[in-house]
Design a protein around this ligand. Structure first.
Ligand code: ADP
Ligand code: MG
Length: 600
């Protein structure tokens, strides 16, 4: 059963705390034994009192004293150890909850972008929070109650056989009934609860997706329809959850009822045995007390199984993420390559996202250190994919990518990525201050370095105009900045990193013509002394590239510099012509000389 497997895994996740866990288990065992002593002593005292019933004056305090003392001793011991066990269980589960949260977070950050493209951040966040707190509550109830209950069962049942095996038989029948009933309800509802959890996850994903797109929802007046869709998922959660709750309520009624019947049964059987001299009154009292305690324990265990059962799908999701292996990872003997000089070679590289349609087909080129290469081609022609292979978002299906003659799969991921700066099309800023966002590029950057980077990225002016300057908070994903401002911050961030290889993936597409022109100067300066890859649709941006790779359907169909490609009058010339015509009403944005060089 899933429940048992998940439960074992949860206990395994105790990790380095297993020693404390073992101590707690032993303490629970001692507690169970001490708890068993109480009803036994109680029964003994009753028997002594009953023996003196006809002549109460004959009862001797001396004969009762050791029993009373032992009773008090056990009582105090039980209370003190129970408090200690509870305290340490609390601490243990809090520590471990935060520890697993931390390792989940780290693991997820390591997972490749291909994983993150496929899983919503809202879903991942929910899985993290639910999984970690679910595990914490399982540890807590295991060490505070459940372990003691299991121990108590293990200790009490066999010992009760020695006290009176006939009465003990009734208790054993009760335990078997509880076990069967719980298993039955578990089997019955396991699939149902899995579905409930799917709806719950849809709910979280839907909510976080909507919250991230409030401007769209409001301007397209979608508030009502979004709320309606949300309500529908809520209804689905509820209607899937209700039958499960009914089954468990039924189980609770059955356990309660059978517990009461067992108590009555012990009383009846006890009286019958007493009349035949097979049980003393003390034994009957002790057994009633046993049975009450045992029933309490059993109900606790059923309650625990019920709670754990509701958590099982959440924990399965959590472990599924934790068990996801990154497709791209360090080879065992991967080397730290230090700072590379930036000679990039693609050798017959082929890549496919789905294993059927190729996104990049047999691409080969060599780029010398310091060169600026522009990748052009219609959308979907494989430019971004090609460059993502360079910083190992994915590994190629065939062929190899080499830098300075070393296959990038033989480098550690960290040392490879230290050598490559990426400016993404979507600037992706953190909801932190501008300065903190810049320091992502270089944590120990001096104030001067930051100023220089801002200046080169043409961002100094607008940052100066912000009320809090560098300390200005930029909002979620940089929302409080304009598109062009965001992009310039992200360029400054990459400049601060100062890597030998730089990638600009349509980084300038969000900028207006004037800003782009300014930025062009900045980029020219930034490309000095490093290998640069630029994906750009505006020909102005590619005009200065030392080489242009023209992509079509995943292949490089033309290469050369701007003038050579225009002279070839092929695919690139056609692209240039289309752009020239589109740009005609706004000649400011035109690179100098484009018109004159284009064939008529
Ligand atoms: P470009 O950058 O030239 O516009 P891309 O490299 O982004 O083109 O895309 C090349 C092809 O791969 C396209 O057909 C696109 O639909 C597909 N593609 C891109 N990203 C993914 C992805 N994450 N999963 C599946 N297919 C993708
Ligand atoms: Mg692209």
């Amino acid at each position: 059963m899933n429940f048992v497997r998940v439960y074992i895994r949860v206990l395994k996740e105790l990790g380095s705390e297993y020693r404390l866990a073992v101590v707690l288990v032993i303490a629970n065992l001692a507690l169970a034994a001490a708890q068993f002593a109480e009803p036994v002593l109680f029964g003994r005292i009753i028997d002594k009192l009953a023996a003196g019933q006809n002549d109460p004056a004959s009862i001797q305090w001396q004969s009762l004293l050791p029993l009373l003392m032992a009773w008090v001793g056990f009582g105090l011991f039980t209370i003190a150890s129970a408090v200690l066990v509870a305290l340490h269980s609390d601490r243990l589960s809090h520590r471990r909850r935060l520890a697993v949260t931390g390792s989940y977070f780290e693991h997820v950050l390591h997972l490749p972008l291909s994983f993150h493209t496929a899983s919503h951040s809202g879903r991942l966040l929910k899985t993290m929070l639910d999984g970690a707190s679910g595990m914490a509550s399982m540890w807590l109830s295991f060490f505070r109650e459940n372990c003691a209950s299991l121990m108590a069962l293990g200790v009490m049942l066999p010992l009760s056989l020695f006290v009176n095996w006939r009465l003990a038989g009734l208790l054993i029948v009760l335990v078997i009934f509880f076990g069967l009933l719980t298993t039955f309800v578990l089997r019955r509802t396991e699939g149902m609860q899995g579905r409930v959890e799917q709806f719950n996850t849809d709910l979280a994903e839907r909510a976080s997706d909507a919250l991230g797109n409030v401007p769209v929802i409001q301007s397209f007046t979608r508030v009502e329809s979004e709320t309606f869709a949300m309500r529908r998922i809520i209804d689905e959660v509820l209607s899937a959850q209700m039958p499960v709750l009914s089954w468990w309520a039924l189980a609770a009624v059955a356990t309660r009822a059978s517990a009461t019947l067992t108590l009555v049964g012990i009383f009846l059987l006890g009286t019958w045995l007493h009349m035949r001299g097979l049980a003393t009154i003390g034994e009957i009292v002790a057994f009633m007390s046993f049975a009450t305690m045992l029933i309490g324990r059993l109900e606790q265990i059923v309650g625990f199984v019920n709670a754990g059962f509701l958590l099982t799908p959440k924990l399965q999701d959590f472990f599924a993420v934790l068990d996801t292996q990154p497709g791209v990872h360090d080879k065992p003997n991967a080397q730290d390559v230090g700072r590379l000089s930036g000679r990039v070679a693609f050798e017959n590289v082929t890549f496919s996202y789905d294993g059927r349609r190729t996104a990049v087909q047999d691409v080969s080129f060599v780029v010398e250190p310091g060169e600026t290469v522009a990748l052009v081609g219609s959308t979907g022609s494989g430019k971004s994919t090609t460059l993502s292979l360079l910083h190992r978002v994915f590994d190629p299906l065939h062929g190899a990518v080499k830098i300075d003659g070393i296959d990038i799969r033989d480098m550690t991921l960290v040392s490879l990525r230290r050598n490559i700066g990426v400016v993404f099309q979507e600037p992706m800023l953190f909801a932190r201050s501008i300065e903190e966002n810049l320091r992502v590029g270089k944590p120990d950057a001096t104030t001067e370095e930051i100023q220089v980077a801002l200046e080169r990225a043409q961002a100094l002016d607008f940052v100066g105009r912000q009320t809090d300057g560098l300390m200005t908070l930029v909002g979620e994903r940089g929302r409080s900045l304009s598109g062009g401002e965001r992009q310039r911050v992200s360029i400054a961030r990459a400049l601060l990193k100062d890597p030998p290889i730089m990638i600009f993936d349509e980084a300038t597409s969000a900028l207006d013509a004037t800003t782009e022109k300014q930025l062009q100067k900045a980029l020219d300066a930034a490309t000095q002394g490093r290998t640069t890859f630029v994906i750009a649709h505006r020909l102005a941006t590619v005009r200065n590239a030392t080489r242009i790779l023209v992509f079509d359907q995943g292949r490089v169909v033309e290469t050369g510099n701007f003038d050579e490609l225009v002279a070839q009058n092929g695919r690139f010339a056609a692209l240039a012509r289309a752009q020239f015509m589109a740009a005609e009403p706004a000649p400011v944005a035109l690179p100098h000389g484009v018109g004159s060089e284009l064939p008529a």
